[in-house]
Write a new protein. Structure first.
Length: 370
């Protein structure tokens, strides 16, 4: 038998045996893979932090570069940009825990204190509506205990969030180590971004044929740009929408302005369905206070979303990620079904990358055919 043919047959048999053994012990293989990925957890978290801070770091780097000019201190532009980016991150997190969380806890506490009266009002309005429709009355008093318990738990969590985080962090050494390593990895990635990218490109071109290396680099570049635009756009949109909603709530129900603002801002991070989820939850809370205020809020929110989507968002964020609305809905549906909330958040940029690659390939094939 030819030696080359013998090696090919032996390779195929070895591959088949390994594949059968892996399928037979799939639970052991998957467990080993998850443990292996767990070892790289600090690297993944650090990459996520560096990815989020990449655009602010790039902005500060250009700012310091213009300020320092071509002097000897121009080499400090990148380190200063990295330090400034982390300072901004610390300031934002500190502001959230020192201002937003206490205000949110205060709003929830006010709502819990008035819950009994709100349920009585809702009971009266529901019975009047059912009487007008000539239907049987509905008893909502049973909702008081579950709602009271739910909001008490949320309030207790928010009130003790700082001490619990400190206690949890100090008690688990592994979490501290993971956080420190992730921070170190993120700082190294941000400060040595150009060098790391150059090394990755050289490594790819050294071990992958050129006909595959160039398309891979193109896909990686497209994926990075798409995810950057998506994450930046969603965060800015959530902050703007939540802030404007809180300001508007000062004229509708001032006590719940922080609570409604956080709900609307947080739900805005979820594509497509987030706007409806936030609107429904906020309207249900205001419905217990006054149906008129709930209707007023919905009208205000619709107007606000139209202004934010057509005027503010294009000016601040720029163009969208280029995915038609029907594919956004399909991506969110499929992603949510496969991976839950994580799938909902990641499905849109992934679908945008696939859509762009498919559109390029179709255009290339049509050009060849013509």
């Amino acid at each position: 038998m030819d030696r080359k043919l013998f090696k090919s047959i032996l390779l195929i048999i070895t591959y088949a045996v390994v594949l059968v053994m892996a399928l037979a012990r799939l639970d052991v293989v998957s467990g080993g893979l998850w443990r292996l990925l767990g070892l790289f957890k600090p690297l993944f978290i650090g990459f996520g932090i560096a990815f989020v801070l990449n655009r602010p770091c790039h902005f500060f780097c250009r700012l310091y570069g213009r300020g320092l000019g071509r002097t000897r201190a121009s080499g400090w532009a990148r380190p200063l940009a990295v330090v400034t980016s982390y300072l901004v991150l610390v300031i934002v997190i500190s502001a959230i825990f020192s201002f937003v969380v206490p205000k949110l806890a205060q709003s929830i506490q006010i709502f819990v204190g008035s819950l009994s009266g709100y349920l009585n009002n809702l009971q009266t309005w529901t019975n009047e509506l059912l009487a007008y429709l000539k239907l049987d009355t509905l008893d909502l008093s049973s909702l008081k205990a579950p709602l009271q318990n739910l909001f008490d738990q949320v309030l207790a969590f928010l009130s003790d969030l700082g001490p619990h985080l400190l206690e949890f962090t100090s008690g688990l050494v592994s979490m501290v180590v993971t956080g420190v390593l992730a921070l170190v990895f993120s700082i190294y990635m941000l400060s040595g971004k150009e060098r790391l990218l150059s090394q990755c490109r050289r490594l790819l071109r050294a071990y992958v044929p050129p006909k595959f290396a160039d398309p891979i680099l193109d896909v990686v570049h497209l994926t990075g740009d798409t995810f950057t635009h998506f994450v930046t756009g969603q965060l800015i949109e959530a902050c703007i929408l939540g802030g404007l909603c809180s300001i508007g709530m000062l004229f509708i129900q001032p006590d719940y302005a922080p609570l409604i603002g956080v709900i609307i801002g947080s739900s805005a991070l979820i594509p497509v369905a987030g706007a409806y989820i936030g609107a429904i939850l906020s309207a249900l809370l205001l419905l217990m206070v006054s149906p008129l205020k709930a209707v007023t809020f919905l009208i205000f929110l619709v107007i606000l979303q139209q202004i934010e989507g057509n005027v503010i968002y294009p000016k601040v964020v720029g163009t969208s990620i280029g995915l038609p609305g029907i594919w956004v809905l399909a991506a969110v549906t499929v992603g949510g079904g496969l991976m839950g909330l994580v799938g909902v958040l990641l499905s849109v940029p992934i679908a945008s990358v696939l859509y762009t690659l498919l559109r390029r390939d179709v255009r290339r094939r049509l050009d060849r055919a013509s």
